[in-house]
Ligand binder design. Sequence first.
Ligand code: BV8
Length: 258
Amino acid sequence: MTSPTIPDSLIRSLREAQHVVVLTGAGISAESGIPTFRDAQTGLWAQYDPEDLATPQAFRRNPQLVWEWYRWRRSLVEKASPNAAHRALVHMEQKAPRLTIVTQNVDGLHKQAGSSEVLELHGNIMRARCSVENASVDSPDRGGSDDELPHCPTCGALLRPDVVWFGEPLPTEALNAATAAIGACDLLLCVGTSGLVHPAASLPLLAVERGAITAEINPQKTPLSQWMDYELRAPAGAVLPPLVAHTWPDLAGDEALP
Ligand code: BV8
């Protein structure tokens, strides 16, 4: 994978930054084999629009179908491992005075890679919660057959995936922490997000308004591109490892920074 030219000015800004925030979307997990949210409609699921399945209405109407979709996506996540982009962010966290990862992803790959300050705006697909009490429960699917729906061990109500569906509010604590971090950072990287889903997609503007340095890492242009100081039109796995290696040369040569 050829890496694009990374401007020296961006490398200098990253090296001098006191607080870096990285907003990630499904694109950073694409190189781990997890289809992006809008590409997830492959094969069996081609006839469904994720925005129709990832809703409380869909779950009320057809919990069986919704669980089938999430079990299919969970099977992809279980087979996936963090990729070079996730690992480069772990190295960035070791060198930057402070690094906050704000992710829209529900696959848990940032934490699995070893990143420690990770804010999950949209929940985590491997967790479930009671659809009535909201209490989280671990991997409810163990033991149940595929067509059995998981139920809450305390109240017996249906369990649901512990993710934020369209029309549902984001977790207050994570959203407040993400808003504070992006509002205080001196450098923001937007990696692998289409910038279409709110309120996450409006968070980068907080950094722009404050004059933070901003960069987008995405093969495609997005509605965020117009606000970015830098646009690196390449996959995350081709940009983040060399960006980290050029910013902190003592890391170069590390196995995780090809
Ligand atoms: C809410 C969990 C209010 C579920 C997800 C304005 C303000 C507020 C809300 C709205 C608003 N306008 C519209 C809304 C409503 C709605 C919304 O945003 N709709 C959109 C479609 C217009 N928002 C909501 O409903 C939110 N809730 O606002 O509630 C409220 C308040 C109080 C009380 C009641 C209600 C909730 C939104 C969260 C929805 N849940 N996920 C699940 O996963 O099943 S969102 C889902 O989309 C995923 O989390 C995904 O991460 C996210 C965003 O998509 P991306 O991550 O960007 O992925 P995508 O596929 O779109 O793009 C991938 C990108 O990667 C592409 O650009 C591609 O070029 C790039 N790429 C590909 N390969 C690579 C790459 N980049 C780098 N490297 C590569 N190799």
